[in-house]
Design a protein around this ligand. Structure first.
Ligand code: FES
Length: 86
């Protein structure tokens, strides 16, 4: 059974243009850094909705917006880690 929480990273065209391919490796590295690979599964998503506020991620029904390669570490720490109980 796969009971990992899904972390959705928007791969839609707007988020693509806003640099999701720079964000992706950083998210992967953060999951390793915080040893979350057993708890959280990173999934690509189609457009999550708020395209103009991309790059967008969704975790446990919470949308995390305005992500960049520069702020992903901070947003991950503030918005995702609390939701996984870290
Ligand atoms: S393309 Fe990412 S939210 Fe629409």
């Amino acid at each position: 059974m796969n009971d990992k929480e899904k972390l959705h990273l928007c791969m839609g065209s707007a988020c693509h243009q806003l640099g999701v391919y720079d964000v992706l490796p950083k998210v992967q590295a953060l999951l390793v850094e915080y040893r979350l690979e057993d708890k959280v599964e990173l999934k690509g998503a189609f457009c999550l909705g708020p395209c103009t506020d991309g790059v967008v991620m969704k975790f446990k029904d919470k949308l995390i917006i305005n992500i960049t390669a520069d702020n992903i570490s901070q947003k991950f720490g503030q918005e995702i880690l609390p939701l996984v109980g870290k």
